[in-house]
Design a protein around this ligand. Structure first.
Ligand code: MOS
Length: 734
């Protein structure tokens, strides 16, 4: 019998606190690690089928226009080239989001952005396909494009239903003891996942199997079916291993549709791998933002007004606009509140979600505005924040499900040595470097997404977990194994986790920091059901059952688990969000601290130390959680100091569309990071009592660096990234 559990009320307790196996939360190594480091784990581009053909996407060489002709016939004379497919009806624009169920059709005769795929050239080898695609003669009637975000800001139109207002903002600003009214900008960014977007498609009759690099298989399957005009049941997606996504693989992208179309037309399996440049040009990006922050405070440093208005860019017809004020809405109090999003229409590649869409860029503005306000009020930045932590969510009046933010700030400050911070800039000099400390809050909304899993017990006493959940480098395999091992009293090596196949029960997928707790809850519930069945077979109450060392025990009865499962014992469970979603404000919280050195002559910034203290409910695996936070903090360093996609405002192309020119922080840019977790349980979040952690580490991280830069050298840069050219002229005379 299947279990369906809706999170309509906080749970009273979690079995994970009572099974006594000491497996959950422990820092186990990744169970699939050896496969990855030995090259045995197969990624989407590594499925080699007999007769496999290689497709390369042909990119539009203009930013706006109409395809007049593509000379496929000549290209097909080239050695190794099989076919140029220019299916103008069915090629696609990307799906920006994982939850989208429809794939917006884009007749590719009309070019909407530079590098847009307009054909796929299929050849016997990848090299021949690249050569053919490179030489393919294309004629395009160019049109005037909209490529300059900054110049078009005044054309921004309000995003539908994005405006929220409370109280009298203008009056609060007028009567403020201290206020901030300033604009921050963040640039366009790319997720830059290590694994390129790739798909290998193979048909059997009218059934398609696609080996893809995707984050949310259950909805990706529906998107792909929609794109191809198939019933979802005729599509199977496999993604056992995914080399990072960070949002760029939430929805399908052109290579998956191209591979499927080409394989169908040619009757052979086809693999399409994007080049690094194509990933930058034609998947999805984080939009540039312009954020207008207004804060007002009284003489006691209590906020009386908070306003956060955001402008982002997107293609015509796309209504995603990064919700930069996501955490501004609930982090601090203040009676008057005002939030809005507007969209500038641009002929540039789709903008969508990238790690912590909303908080990642919004906190780069909010947490610096708070730093500026603290200075005006003569308050310590931590004190200002603590004075303004609202008792309840200031928008809807909801209670927080759990919120250890003040503890994170206090413990983080003590461990970091915050008391040694000079309250004013230009106070600490070491050789050629100005030294400064900065801090920022961390916050990221917590979500629960419907998710199913099946857990079976074998007669050999092994547990087998199956769900179409993905592991995009986050640790899903390991965490789900830990949950099953903890719940069933098995050692980790007796649990097999199978992920990444839409033949398995549909899961939440990986996104929005909801994967581990959503998919994990379904595994928990399936195991709880198995415990009930085992208890009934032992004729005891579930609460009296003890599972450990592969044995089921009750009183002086003891039986090997496998002996109780000779009939193929299994349970399927589904978790779905319910009323606790609306009854509580749910978020993970923390505090970032950074020490930077700014070169007094060149303005170069080096991050010397960085520490994050986080509380996200139960930590499911201390090692994978810590790695997530490290990764997020590195993203924060990139956002603060280096990352910026540069679009040529004349032609619309991305100038720095590779990893040589798009500057991600590398090892030499990242000091040894410190991450600590506070013990917490969240009873409204899910039966694991865990909250999301994947995107918490980035949220606020860059602002701590920006604030540290100010504390070092006395320069506020509100235009990210804070590169040395923005500092050098403002530094005190050497
Ligand atoms: Mo995340 S941006 O939901 O992968």
């Amino acid at each position: 019998m299947d279990v369906n559990f809706k999170m309509d009320a906080p749970v009273k307790d979690s079995l994970l606190d009572h099974t006594g196996q000491n497996i959950i939360s422990r820092p186990f190594d990744r169970v699939e690690g050896p496969l990855k480091v030995s090259g045995t784990a197969r990624y989407a581009a590594e499925f080699k089928f007999p007769g496999l053909l290689h497709g390369v996407l042909v990119s539009a060489p203009v930013g706006k226009g109409r395809v007049a002709s593509i000379d496929g016939d000549s290209a097909e004379q080239m050695p190794g080239v099989v076919k140029v497919i220019t299916d103008f009806g069915t090629f696609l624009r990307n799906c920006a989001q994982g939850m989208d169920t429809e794939a917006p059709v884009q007749g590719v005769r009309d070019v909407s952005y530079f590098g847009q795929p307009i054909a796929v050239l299929v050849a016997e080898s990848h090299e021949a396909a690249r050569e053919g695609a490179h030489r393919l003669a294309i004629e395009i009637d160019r049109a005037e494009g909209r490529f300059d975000f900054d110049a078009r800001l005044d054309t921004a139109e309000p995003k539908k239903d994005s405006s929220q207002q409370k109280g009298d903002l203008e009056a609060a600003l007028r009567s403020a003891h201290a206020s901030i009214d300033a604009i921050w900008t963040t640039p366009s960014q790319n997720s830059a996942a290590m694994e390129l977007h790739a798909s290998t498609a193979i048909w059997e009759g009218d059934k398609l199997t696609l080996y893809g690099s995707l984050q949310m298989l259950a909805s990706n399957k529906v998107q792909l079916a929609d794109a191809l005009g198939l019933e979802p049941d005729n599509v199977r997606i496999v993604a056992h291993y995914v080399g990072g996504g960070f949002g760029s693989k939430l929805g399908i992208s052109p290579e998956s549709v191209a591979a499927a179309i080409a394989a169908r037309e040619l009757g052979r399996p086809v693999s399409v791998v994007m080049t690094r440049q194509q990933v930058f040009d034609a998947t999805v990006r984080r939009s540039a933002t312009q954020q207008h922050l207004r804060l007002a405070a009284d003489a006691q440093g209590r906020l009386t007004a908070v306003a956060h208005d955001t402008i982002t860019a997107n293609l015509d017809g796309e209504d995603f606009s990064e919700p930069a004020s996501a955490s501004t809405k609930f982090l601090y109090g203040g009676e008057a509140r005002h939030f809005s999003n507007s969209i500038v229409r641009m002929d540039q590649v789709l903008s969508g979600s990238m790690r912590a869409p909303g908080e990642a860029v919004g906190m780069l503005a909010l947490e610096c505005a708070m730093d500026e306000l603290a200075e005006k009020l003569g308050l310590d930045p931590i004190e200002l924040r603590k004075r303004n932590l609202p008792e309840r969510d200031p928008m809807e009046g909801l209670p927080f499900s759990s919120r250890s933010i003040a503890e994170c700030m206090d413990i983080g400050a003590a461990e970091f040595g915050w008391s040694r911070r000079a309250p004013a800039p230009l106070n600490r000099r070491e050789g050629d470097w100005w030294i400064g400390y900065g801090m920022a809050a961390a916050a990221r909304s917590n979500m629960l997404i419907k998710s199913s899993a099946r857990v079976a017990l074998t007669s050999e006493g092994r547990a087998v977990v199956k769900t179409d959940m993905t592991d995009i480098g986050t640790g899903s395999y390991t965490i789900l194994a830990q949950i099953a091992a903890e719940m069933l009293g098995l050692s980790m090596d007796l649990v097999d986790v199978h992920l990444g196949d839409t033949n398995f029960p549909p899961a939440s997928g990986s996104g929005g920091s909801f994967g581990a707790s959503s998919a994990g809850s379904s595994v928990y519930l399936a195991c709880e059901r198995l415990r009930q069945i085992i208890a009934s077979r032992l004729h005891c109450a579930p609460a009296d059952l003890v599972l450990s060392d592969g044995m089921a025990r009750w009183g002086n009865v003891s039986e090997p688990l496998g002996d109780l499962a000779t009939d193929g014992l299994e349970a399927t469970a589904t978790i779905e969000p319910g009323d606790t979603d609306k009854a509580f404000l749910q978020a993970s919280f923390g505090a970032h601290f950074a020490e930077v050195a700014v070169n007094a002559y060149t303005g170069e910034t080096r991050v010397c130390r960085m520490e994050g203290t986080f509380a996200a409910g139960r930590i499911l695996n201390e090692k994978t959680a810590r790695s997530q936070c490290y990764g997020g903090m590195v993203f924060g360093i990139g956002a603060a100091l280096t990352e910026e996609l540069i679009h040529d405002t004349r032609y619309g192309n991305i100038v720095n569309h590779d990893l040589a020119e798009y500057h991600l922080p590398v090892n030499a840019d990242v000091p040894q990071l410190k991450v600590r977790f506070l013990e917490e349980r969240d009873y409204a979040a899910n039966p694991l009592l865990a909250k999301g952690i994947g995107e918490l580490g980035i949220s606020g991280a860059g602002a701590a660096i920006a604030n540290a830069i100010y504390n070092a050298c006395g320069v506020r840069v509100r235009c990210y990234p804070i590169t040395l050219d923005k500092l050098i002229d403002k530094l005190p005379p050497a």
